[in-house]
Unconditional design. Structure first.
Length: 638
């Protein structure tokens, strides 16, 4: 057995150096203890305080009494406040985030438990005013403020509701949006068209936070957006029909779209934001607060509550399938048998969550049948490429027992390849650059679903290591994907990862994928990537990347190492090396010495939905990726 000894420079954070066998066992034992009765892992999907604040606002607006939940959410929000009165999206964000601070401030006042005279709220108010007031918050937050009477809707809607009627061959149409974009924009278009606002006796007056008095000026988009909107309106004018009738038809179609995409728990696509907006959109259409569809939607998002450090947190969605698929295949990679009851229960759960229902993905991919997996526990119609490859990896050892499930999953995955050779997350060829001109910050994240290096690399890794795809290096499917990755490598040798933070993540996905399908470790692209990873290693042997990478769109070091970043970087280097290099040895030592640490680095976001606005702390990652890396290290070098 090759055993490691401690290298200097761990900064006193070591919890005791373990050898790889003990490290693997510790993680496996932890996962075994944390598995749910249904076979899944329900580790939290933590996304800051926005959903907590919005839940308070929603419950108070709908006059739903749940004082225990509201008080608990308030306590969680206050527990995250910084000394200067602000809230942050991530540890090293700077002084704070004005949007998050406004949402926390508004939610706390809306609860009725706190007043503006509270010292903590006075500090928050000062931060908001010092950083530009209401005009500086995100467009999404302004929409929420308009819904609750704090902001005037723009005189001209952000998007004409009739857009939903445009034919699919029109250059910009409803299905040009990504599925996430449609889920959020559909209720927004209804609400903006109706200019809907609902009073609540709990709503505070935020007028003293307006440093600019004209609300209209704060909605105006760029000149390019105004031009694009005019183009869309020209397309609408060409629709055959009386404008008044077309307008009514558009409203009805938008309403039908929402109701047709409800999950069994009542949520709209199982997302918090789209369900929140849908509830208000239905109210604007005349639904009563007590209507069954609204009550069920509220219960659905309320059921997504998780408890973290003793406080309730409203998850944006649940991550059970994602957690379970990653853990299932990682356990097996670490030597846990597929006959082990823990793995058997996990795979049984995953097979029960394979999709049989057509979703919107079929619009751009009409020649395939359902067979993918989604992200959340209740997801039945919105599969994604990443969950599908991860689930297939987990069930690969039992594929012969259910060949139909395996074939349907692989066929769906193959059918989702974009025309440019790579893979998107949810929908094929949904990457219209025109949508970036919408007056929504981070519109490229919300409205587009482009090919990305992390998904393309991970899909290649699946095909290379888990399938018998014939003649893999020369297969057009593989060759086109490899070429896309080689074309999209950055000059410094890294790749940008869309769904994680960020360049370490993308580079790990690309390297492991390229190596799995036979690209030589001596290939210039691989060597360049390896040199980049080695160049950003910290003195303590680990790696760490800041969420600011996703704002600046260039690698920004965190200056402190984290378990997950270290695992990603190491796994990539292990895929290249013939022997454990000094960089790998130092990294493994850091990893083994840090498995049990609990500090801000273990809470630091490692995923994102919208760079600069929406970050995700996956509580499962601290176990999954160190386990995978240690397993690969042990198998290759020990």
């Amino acid at each position: 057995m090759y055993s490691l000894r401690c290298f200097c420079g761990t900064g006193g954070r070591s919890a005791g150096i373990l050898d790889t066998v003990k490290g693997i066992k510790w993680i496996v034992d932890t996962l075994r203890k944390d598995q749910s009765a249904d076979g899944s892992w329900a580790y939290p999907f933590e996304t800051g305080i926005s959903t907590d604040a919005y839940m308070i606002i929603l419950l108070r607006t709908l006059e739903i009494d749940d004082e225990e939940l509201i008080e608990g959410l308030c306590q969680r929000i206050l527990s995250k406040q910084q000394k200067n009165g602000a809230w942050k999206l991530f540890y090293d964000e700077g002084e704070g985030n004005v949007t998050a601070t406004l949402e926390a401030y508004y939610g706390l006042l809306f609860s009725g438990f706190y007043s503006e005279e509270d010292e903590r709220l006075r500090a928050a108010k000062k931060f908001i005013l010092d950083h530009g007031g209401l005009s500086e918050v995100s467009t999404f937050t302004k929409i929420m403020l308009a819904l609750t009477g704090q902001f005037k809707w723009p005189s001209v809607a952000l998007m004409p509701i009739e857009m939903i009627l445009l034919p699919h061959n029109f250059p910009i149409n409803f299905y040009s949006f990504s599925v996430f974009g449609r889920a959020n924009m559909t209720p927004i278009m209804i609400l903006a068209d109706k200019k809907f606002s609902i009073p609540s006796p709990y709503a505070p007056d935020l007028s003293d936070l307006k440093l600019k008095r004209d609300d209209e000026d704060q909605w105006v988009g760029s000149r390019e957006w105004r031009s694009l909107r005019s183009y869309i309106q020209d397309g609408v004018k060409r629709l055959l029909g009386i404008p008044r009738v077309l307008h009514r038809l558009a409203i009805e179609r938008a309403e039908k779209y929402m109701l047709d995409h409800l999950e069994q728990d009542g949520t709209f696509y199982s997302y918090y934001s789209s369900t929140f907006l849908m509830i208000f959109a239905l109210l604007s259409l005349g639904y009563k607060k007590s209507d069954s569809v609204i009550i069920k939607a509220v219960d659905g998002i309320r059921a997504m509550k998780s408890v973290i450090n003793g406080f309730p947190h409203m998850q944006y969605t649940t991550a059970n399938v994602w957690n379970t698929s990653l853990i299932g295949y990682t356990l097996q990679a670490a030597g846990v048998s597929h006959e082990d009851p823990m793995v058997m229960k996990a795979n049984k759960y995953l097979l029960s969550r394979q999709h049989t229902r057509f979703g919107d993905w079929v619009v751009h991919n009409p020649n395939s049948l359902p067979g993918g997996w989604g992200f959340s526990d209740v997801n039945t119609m919105n599969p994604d490429v990443d969950d599908t490859t991860a689930s297939l990896r987990s069930i690969s050892n039992i594929a012969s027992r259910d060949p139909s499930a395996w074939k349907r999953g692989v066929d769906w995955l193959l059918s989702m390849q974009n025309d440019n050779g790579g893979w998107p997350a949810f929908e094929k060829n949904t990457d219209s650059k025109l949508l970036a001109f919408l007056p929504l910050e981070k519109g490229r994240f919300m409205l587009m679903d482009p090919t990305c290096a992390d998904l393309t690399g991970r899909t290649l890794e699946f095909f290379g290591n888990y399938t018998n795809l014939p003649n893999i290096p020369n297969s057009p499917v593989i060759r086109n994907a490899v070429n896309w990755l080689l074309r999209n490598q950055r000059k410094d040798g890294s790749w940008y990862g869309r769904w994680g933070i960020c360049f370490i993540y993308g580079t790990w996905g690309a390297i492991t994928g390229l190596r799995a399908v036979g690209l030589s470790k001596s290939h210039p692209s691989i060597q360049k990537a390896s040199a980049w990873l080695s160049s950003i290693q910290n003195p303590d042997g680990g790696w760490g990347e800041s969420c600011r990478s996703d704002i600046q769109m260039t690698y920004v070091p965190l200056t402190t190492s984290t378990l997950t970043d270290t695992a990603w970087a190491l796994d990539a280097l292990i895929a290249i090396a013939d022997r454990p290099t000094t960089a790998i040895q130092k990294g493994i030592t850091y990893l083994l010495g840090s498995l049990e640490i609990e500090d801000w680095t273990t809470d630091y976001p490692k995923g994102q939905g919208m760079g600069g606005a929406f970050y995700i702390h996956y509580h499962s990652y601290r176990y999954i990726f160190p386990l995978l890396t240690l397993a690969h290290y042990r198998r290759k070098f020990e």
